[in-house]
Design a protein around this ligand. Sequence first.
Ligand SMILES: *Cc1c(COP(=O)(O)O)cnc(C)c1O
Length: 230
Amino acid sequence: MIKDNLAIVHQNIRKACESADRNTDEVTLIAVSKTKPVSMLTEAYACGCRDFGENKVQELTSKYEVMPKDIRWHMIGHLQTNKVKYIVDKVCLIHSVDSLKLAQEISAQAVKKQVNVSILIEVNMAGEETKFGVKPQEAEALIREISLLPGISIKGLMTIAPYVEDAEDNRQYFKQLKQLAVDIIYKNIDNVNMSILSMGMTGDYVTAVEEGASCVRVGTGIFGERQYLV
Ligand SMILES: *Cc1c(COP(=O)(O)O)cnc(C)c1O
Protein backbone atom coordinates (compact mmCIF):
# COMPACT_ATOMS: atom_id res chain seq x y z
CA MET A 1 0.00 0.00 0.00
CA ILE A 2 2.76 2.44 0.95
CA LYS A 3 4.59 1.47 -2.22
CA ASP A 4 1.56 2.24 -4.40
CA ASN A 5 0.87 5.49 -2.54
CA LEU A 6 4.45 6.61 -3.01
CA ALA A 7 4.28 5.83 -6.72
CA ILE A 8 1.15 7.96 -7.02
CA VAL A 9 2.63 10.88 -5.10
CA HIS A 10 5.83 10.78 -7.15
CA GLN A 11 3.83 10.67 -10.33
CA ASN A 12 1.72 13.65 -9.26
CA ILE A 13 4.87 15.59 -8.42
CA ARG A 14 6.32 14.73 -11.84
CA LYS A 15 3.18 15.95 -13.58
CA ALA A 16 3.08 19.15 -11.54
CA CYS A 17 6.74 19.79 -12.41
CA GLU A 18 6.03 19.22 -16.09
CA SER A 19 3.12 21.63 -16.14
CA ALA A 20 5.21 24.26 -14.34
CA ASP A 21 8.29 23.65 -16.48
CA ARG A 22 10.37 22.53 -13.52
CA ASN A 23 12.81 19.67 -13.03
CA THR A 24 11.50 16.84 -10.86
CA ASP A 25 14.78 16.77 -8.94
CA GLU A 26 14.06 20.29 -7.65
CA VAL A 27 11.38 18.83 -5.40
CA THR A 28 12.05 16.73 -2.30
CA LEU A 29 9.25 14.56 -1.01
CA ILE A 30 9.25 14.42 2.78
CA ALA A 31 7.35 11.41 4.11
CA VAL A 32 5.52 12.71 7.18
CA SER A 33 5.53 9.70 9.48
CA LYS A 34 4.20 11.22 12.71
CA THR A 35 2.04 8.80 14.74
CA LYS A 36 3.00 5.93 12.40
CA PRO A 37 4.85 2.84 13.63
CA VAL A 38 8.46 2.09 12.74
CA SER A 39 7.29 -0.84 10.60
CA MET A 40 5.63 1.62 8.21
CA LEU A 41 8.68 3.86 8.07
CA THR A 42 10.77 0.79 7.29
CA GLU A 43 8.44 -0.02 4.43
CA ALA A 44 8.76 3.51 3.05
CA TYR A 45 12.53 3.32 3.49
CA ALA A 46 12.60 0.11 1.46
CA CYS A 47 10.77 2.00 -1.31
CA GLY A 48 13.55 4.59 -1.36
CA CYS A 49 12.34 7.26 1.09
CA ARG A 50 15.23 8.96 2.85
CA ASP A 51 13.48 12.13 4.02
CA PHE A 52 11.10 11.72 6.96
CA GLY A 53 9.15 14.41 8.80
CA GLU A 54 8.13 14.30 12.45
CA ASN A 55 6.44 16.91 14.62
CA LYS A 56 7.31 15.69 18.14
CA VAL A 57 10.79 15.61 19.62
CA GLN A 58 10.31 12.40 21.59
CA GLU A 59 8.91 10.54 18.60
CA LEU A 60 11.63 11.81 16.28
CA THR A 61 14.47 10.79 18.59
CA SER A 62 13.07 7.34 19.31
CA LYS A 63 12.60 6.63 15.60
CA TYR A 64 16.04 8.11 14.91
CA GLU A 65 17.58 5.54 17.25
CA VAL A 66 16.16 2.53 15.46
CA MET A 67 16.03 3.60 11.81
CA PRO A 68 18.99 3.55 9.37
CA LYS A 69 21.48 6.38 9.73
CA ASP A 70 21.27 7.67 6.16
CA ILE A 71 17.80 9.08 6.80
CA ARG A 72 17.37 12.86 6.72
CA TRP A 73 15.07 13.80 9.59
CA HIS A 74 12.93 16.92 9.29
CA MET A 75 11.45 18.59 12.34
CA ILE A 76 8.21 20.06 11.00
CA GLY A 77 6.24 20.72 14.16
CA HIS A 78 6.23 23.47 16.76
CA LEU A 79 9.40 23.18 18.81
CA GLN A 80 9.73 24.10 22.47
CA THR A 81 13.03 25.70 23.47
CA ASN A 82 13.64 23.21 26.28
CA LYS A 83 13.61 20.31 23.78
CA VAL A 84 15.97 21.77 21.21
CA LYS A 85 18.97 20.08 22.81
CA TYR A 86 17.63 16.61 21.99
CA ILE A 87 17.48 17.13 18.25
CA VAL A 88 20.05 19.69 17.02
CA ASP A 89 22.56 17.00 16.09
CA LYS A 90 19.96 14.60 14.67
CA VAL A 91 17.92 16.65 12.21
CA CYS A 92 18.85 17.80 8.75
CA LEU A 93 16.38 20.68 8.76
CA ILE A 94 14.12 22.41 11.30
CA HIS A 95 11.15 23.78 9.33
CA SER A 96 9.34 25.53 12.14
CA VAL A 97 11.40 28.42 13.50
CA ASP A 98 9.20 31.40 14.22
CA SER A 99 10.84 33.29 17.08
CA LEU A 100 14.18 34.76 18.00
CA LYS A 101 14.08 32.97 21.34
CA LEU A 102 13.83 29.57 19.64
CA ALA A 103 16.58 30.46 17.16
CA GLN A 104 18.84 31.61 20.01
CA GLU A 105 18.42 28.28 21.76
CA ILE A 106 19.10 26.35 18.51
CA SER A 107 22.21 28.48 18.04
CA ALA A 108 23.42 27.90 21.60
CA GLN A 109 22.93 24.13 21.38
CA ALA A 110 24.53 24.01 17.92
CA VAL A 111 27.61 25.80 19.19
CA LYS A 112 27.77 23.51 22.20
CA LYS A 113 27.55 20.37 20.05
CA GLN A 114 29.74 21.90 17.33
CA VAL A 115 27.25 21.44 14.54
CA ASN A 116 25.59 23.80 12.10
CA VAL A 117 21.83 23.61 12.05
CA SER A 118 19.83 24.42 8.94
CA ILE A 119 16.46 26.03 9.54
CA LEU A 120 13.47 27.46 7.75
CA ILE A 121 11.38 30.37 8.95
CA GLU A 122 7.76 29.36 9.39
CA VAL A 123 5.40 32.00 8.02
CA ASN A 124 1.69 32.10 8.77
CA MET A 125 0.56 33.26 5.32
CA ALA A 126 -3.19 33.12 5.89
CA GLY A 127 -3.04 34.80 9.30
CA GLU A 128 -4.83 31.90 10.99
CA GLU A 129 -5.10 32.43 14.74
CA THR A 130 -4.58 28.77 15.52
CA LYS A 131 -1.33 28.42 13.60
CA PHE A 132 2.25 29.10 14.56
CA GLY A 133 4.54 31.11 12.32
CA VAL A 134 5.51 34.75 11.94
CA LYS A 135 3.41 37.23 10.03
CA PRO A 136 4.75 37.79 6.51
CA GLN A 137 5.53 41.41 7.31
CA GLU A 138 7.61 40.37 10.32
CA ALA A 139 9.67 37.74 8.52
CA GLU A 140 12.45 39.99 7.28
CA ALA A 141 13.18 41.52 10.68
CA LEU A 142 13.30 38.08 12.31
CA ILE A 143 15.55 36.75 9.54
CA ARG A 144 17.96 39.68 10.01
CA GLU A 145 18.28 38.95 13.71
CA ILE A 146 18.68 35.19 13.30
CA SER A 147 21.25 35.64 10.54
CA LEU A 148 23.67 37.08 13.11
CA LEU A 149 23.62 33.98 15.33
CA PRO A 150 26.42 31.38 15.15
CA GLY A 151 25.77 27.72 14.36
CA ILE A 152 22.51 28.29 12.54
CA SER A 153 21.82 28.79 8.81
CA ILE A 154 18.59 30.05 7.30
CA LYS A 155 17.83 28.04 4.17
CA GLY A 156 14.37 29.27 3.26
CA LEU A 157 10.72 29.52 4.27
CA MET A 158 7.97 27.15 5.31
CA THR A 159 4.21 27.55 5.53
CA ILE A 160 1.28 25.42 6.59
CA ALA A 161 -1.64 26.48 4.42
CA PRO A 162 -5.21 26.33 5.73
CA TYR A 163 -7.17 23.12 5.57
CA VAL A 164 -9.34 23.53 2.46
CA GLU A 165 -11.55 21.37 0.28
CA ASP A 166 -10.17 22.84 -2.90
CA ALA A 167 -6.39 23.18 -3.16
CA GLU A 168 -6.86 26.11 -5.55
CA ASP A 169 -7.87 28.18 -2.54
CA ASN A 170 -4.31 27.83 -1.22
CA ARG A 171 -2.55 28.80 -4.44
CA GLN A 172 -2.48 32.45 -3.35
CA TYR A 173 -0.56 31.56 -0.16
CA PHE A 174 2.01 29.50 -2.04
CA LYS A 175 2.50 32.33 -4.53
CA GLN A 176 2.89 34.81 -1.68
CA LEU A 177 5.43 32.64 0.16
CA LYS A 178 7.48 32.35 -3.04
CA GLN A 179 7.28 36.12 -3.54
CA LEU A 180 8.36 36.71 0.06
CA ALA A 181 11.41 34.51 -0.53
CA VAL A 182 12.25 36.46 -3.68
CA ASP A 183 11.90 39.77 -1.82
CA ILE A 184 14.25 38.52 0.89
CA ILE A 185 16.82 37.29 -1.65
CA TYR A 186 16.96 40.84 -3.03
CA LYS A 187 17.84 42.19 0.43
CA ASN A 188 21.13 40.30 0.21
CA ILE A 189 21.37 39.47 3.89
CA ASP A 190 24.63 37.74 4.89
CA ASN A 191 24.29 34.10 5.95
CA VAL A 192 20.74 33.91 4.53
CA ASN A 193 19.78 31.65 1.69
CA MET A 194 16.27 31.20 0.28
CA SER A 195 16.77 27.99 -1.68
CA ILE A 196 14.16 25.95 0.18
CA LEU A 197 10.42 26.53 0.08
CA SER A 198 8.65 23.96 2.25
CA MET A 199 4.98 24.06 1.30
CA GLY A 200 2.24 21.64 0.35
CA MET A 201 0.70 18.67 2.18
CA THR A 202 -1.50 15.77 1.06
CA GLY A 203 -4.39 18.01 0.06
CA ASP A 204 -2.46 20.64 -1.85
CA TYR A 205 1.07 19.51 -2.72
CA VAL A 206 0.40 19.52 -6.49
CA THR A 207 -0.59 23.19 -6.34
CA ALA A 208 2.41 23.93 -4.11
CA VAL A 209 4.81 22.31 -6.59
CA GLU A 210 3.26 24.31 -9.42
CA GLU A 211 3.98 27.44 -7.38
CA GLY A 212 7.59 26.58 -6.65
CA ALA A 213 7.73 24.28 -3.61
CA SER A 214 11.10 22.59 -3.15
CA CYS A 215 9.92 20.42 -0.25
CA VAL A 216 6.46 18.93 0.03
CA ARG A 217 5.41 17.31 3.30
CA VAL A 218 3.05 14.41 2.65
CA GLY A 219 1.71 12.19 5.43
CA THR A 220 -1.78 10.86 4.77
CA GLY A 221 -1.11 10.47 1.04
CA ILE A 222 1.68 8.00 1.81
CA PHE A 223 0.80 6.34 5.11
CA GLY A 224 -2.99 6.72 5.21
CA GLU A 225 -5.13 8.52 7.78
CA ARG A 226 -3.67 9.12 11.22
CA GLN A 227 -5.44 7.85 14.28
CA TYR A 228 -5.21 10.01 17.38
CA LEU A 229 -6.16 8.64 20.76
CA VAL A 230 -8.59 10.87 22.58
C1 LIG B 1 1.06 16.45 9.68
C2 LIG B 1 1.77 17.47 8.88
C3 LIG B 1 1.93 17.35 7.49
C4 LIG B 1 1.32 16.21 6.68
O1 LIG B 1 -0.06 16.32 6.62
P1 LIG B 1 -0.92 15.41 5.62
O2 LIG B 1 -2.14 16.20 5.36
O3 LIG B 1 -1.18 14.13 6.33
O4 LIG B 1 -0.10 15.21 4.38
C5 LIG B 1 2.64 18.32 6.83
N1 LIG B 1 3.19 19.35 7.48
C6 LIG B 1 3.09 19.51 8.81
C7 LIG B 1 3.73 20.68 9.45
C8 LIG B 1 2.37 18.57 9.54
O5 LIG B 1 2.27 18.75 10.88
